[in-house]
Write a protein that binds this ligand. Structure first.
Ligand code: PEP
Ligand code: CO
Length: 390
């Protein structure tokens, strides 16, 4: 049972990081009311089914593969792009399950991954400074004052795009799950519904995660996440101390339910060997049942001399390999992988074969609105190189 003090809006009493300030609060309230009257995007029964599957992952009898765009955009929602991303995840899953004989639970970063936390709140270009782009759910990429002003109407557009994408995904498979970062809390709250059993489900996606920049124990995002029944992910970066992690786990999963909580570690290839083992040991000795999932992307971002954000294939592979080696050594189940990828033939991450070099980033297809994604070939190469480690 949840603490009696939780409600879908109790996050409003806590300090919140990374939320936009809307210039017109009345327009915001009108959009929230409008969204609250819409049906949820996913059914609670599907979310419960995902939780059952994740329980198997937690017990070491299945594997979680989570991936998709860093940021979805309203401009790219064609059936082909949805299919290409879906297929690449499905092919990676096939590679993993064939070699390890483990069922793979596929969870897309899709149909809702429209909001982005930013390290810098402002962006300067050619002497002009404007608010940073925060994802299509919040403002526009276009570098104008109007474009960068948060507009609540975009939540309704995101809802409509997400519904349309889900329709397409359902034609590909009847067991496919969606996830995104639970960042824009007014949107998440507006889509949260009480089910017959009196528990609350966020109907915006099957699984939600709390990002590295918003996981403060006493913050709004953790407050929101603790009260919904959906499976929850928690990003764990290199600065997360073991005792803080234990408190977060107790708060997010007080009943120690397997399948409820996935720790998505994103340490960086240079830090994982020193940072991950103490967390695993602390969780083991406290007896917490969690899924361990490796995000080898977000700790390995670099910027090239000519200003492109990129990630080296070799670093991504290295972090993921070490993740499995460490879990094996600690007697723990490295239960999942989390990637930013696309089925398109982009040149955003360096390395792989044929090798993408830094100079290719400017020449090729660099399309991401946020972080660099693995292209289809790089994603499959990773799965092939990793399956023996899992
Ligand atoms: C993300 O997954 O897109 C992200 C921003 O990750 P993190 O919170 O781990 O930095
Ligand atoms: Co990202």
């Amino acid at each position: 049972m949840k603490s009696p003090h939780w409600s879908p809006r109790s996050w409003r009493e806590k300090p919140a990081q990374q939320l936009p300030t809307y210039p017109d609060p009345e327009k915001l309230a009108a959009v929230e009311r409008q969204l609250s009257a819409q049906p949820p995007l996913v059914a609670a029964s599907e979310t419960r089914r995902l939780k059952t599957r994740l329980t198997e992952v937690c017990q070491g009898n299945a594997f979680l593969l989570q991936g998709g765009d860093c940021a979805e955009s309203f401009g790219e929602s064609s059936r082909e792009s949805i299919r290409d991303n879906f297929q690449i995840l499905a092919e990676m899953a096939k590679i993993v399950s064939k070699h390890r004989d483990l069922p793979v639970v596929q969870v897309g970063r899709v149909a809702g991954q429209f909001a982005k936390p930013r390290s810098s709140q402002l962006e300067t270009r050619n002497g002009m400074t404007l608010p940073a782009y925060r994802g299509d759910l919040i403002n526009r990429f276009e570098f104008t004052r109007e474009g960068r002003t948060p507009d609540p109407q975009r939540m309704e557009t995101a809802y409509a795009f997400s519904a349309a994408k889900l329709e397409v995904l359902r034609t590909f498979s009847d067991e496919f799950y969606t996830s995104h970062e639970a960042l824009l809390l007014p949107y998440e709250e507006a889509l949260t519904r009480r089910e017959e059993d009196n528990s609350w489900y966020d109907g915006s996606a099957h699984m939600l995660w709390v990002g590295e920049r918003t996981r403060q124990l006493d913050g709004a995002h953790i407050e929101f996440a603790r009260g919904i029944e959906n499976p929850i992910g928690l990003k764990c970066g290199p600065d997360l101390a073991a005792d803080e992690l234990l408190q977060l786990i107790e708060f997010l999963n007080p009943a120690n339910e397997p399948g409820r909580l996935t720790l998505i570690t994103r340490m960086g290839y240079q830090k994982i060997s020193s940072k991950l083992p103490p967390l695993i040991r602390a969780v083991q000795s406290a007896g917490h049942r969690v899924i361990w999932c490796c995000d080898p992307m977000h700790g390995n971002t670099t910027v090239t001399a000519n200003g492109y954000k990129t990630r080296a294939f070799g670093h991504v592979l290295e972090e993921a390999k070490r993740f499995f080696e460490i879990h094996h050594a600690e007697g723990s189940h490295g239960g999942g992988l989390h990637f930013e990828l696309t089925g398109k033939d982009v040149t955003e991450c360096t390395g792989g074969s044929p090798e993408i070099r830094e100079e290719h980033l400017a020449e090729g297809l660099y399309e991401t609105l946020c972080d660099p994604r693995l292209n289809a070939r790089q994603a499959l190469e990773l799965a092939t190189q990793l399956h023996e480690k899992i």
